[in-house]
Design a protein around this ligand. Structure first.
Ligand SMILES: [Ca+2]
Ligand SMILES: [Ca+2]
Length: 238
């Protein structure tokens, strides 16, 4: 090998070594949480990705979710196949979660698959601070049918969504308690088992089959796992 070939090879090797050293250092700093930017004088610490919580949501068949009045997650697949939405959430307590969940149901008949059958619903959620779905959530069914399970002459009941149903200060005191359902009853599909839902219960309104659109709400005063939420004064002036 002559000199002109050796030089680029040596340079490449040096770049590779330097990249590995930088990557290793960065990874170990991130692992120890030492990669945070130092706070600016007088500015306070800014939140970093380690300050977020992982939120896992599974709906049969579709949902959208608001936290403290803001839209945070939407199921990216309208009905089939069933999927899990997993996003990072920046928590702020007290934290109001509000969900609209829909079973796959024709608006006029309450049935699915070209009106050939009655489908069932189901909703489950877990946030990394220990917030989980269960009968302590509030629920309200706003679409129901087919009435009397009459599939020959299917009729449905729809209610307008209450104004600001997802807002922090919405009064849900007259809503019913969510009803919890066994995993065996909801029969979640494969993606459910690939994410952490430990401790969470499937919820819906009173009828897993005939309630087709259900609203849910919960306000969490502080992290259920007892962790101390970090404060960021830099964000509190906004
Ligand atoms: Ca249904
Ligand atoms: Ca369904």
């Amino acid at each position: 090998m002559n000199k002109s070939y050796r030089k680029p090879a040596t340079a490449l090797l040096l770049v590779a070594i330097a990249t590995t050293v930088l990557w290793t250092t960065g990874a170990s700093l991130a692992q120890r949480g030492e990669g945070r930017r130092p706070p600016r004088p007088g500015g306070g610490e800014k939140p970093e990705i380690e300050d977020t919580l992982r939120l896992n949501v599974y709906a049969d068949n579709w949902f959208s979710l608001y936290i403290n009045g803001e839209l945070v997650a939407v199921d990216s697949i309208r009905f089939m196949p069933h999927n899990v939405i997993s996003v990072d959430v920046f928590p702020k307590y007290p934290m109001t979660l509000a969900v609209i969940a829909k079973d796959n149901a024709d608006a006029k008949t309450g049935m699915e698959y070209n009106n050939t059958q009655i489908g069932d619903g189901g909703f489950i959620l877990k946030l990394a601070d220990g917030t989980v779905t269960g009968p302590h959530w509030k629920a309200k069914s706003v679409s129901y049918g087919p009435i009397d399970r009459d599939t020959r002459d299917p009729r449905v009941v729809h209610e307008e969504l209450p104004e600001n149903w997802f807002a922090i200060d919405f009064d849900d005191s007259l809503w019913q308690a969510a009803k919890a359902y066994d995993e065996q009853t909801v029969r979640p599909k494969r993606p459910f088992y690939q994410y952490d839902f430990e401790g969470a219960k499937f919820i819906w309104a009173d009828d897993l089959e005939l309630d087709n659109t259900v609203l849910f709400r919960l306000t969490v005063d502080s992290p259920p796992d007892g962790s101390q939420p970090k404060r960021f004064p830099i964000l509190e002036s906004n």
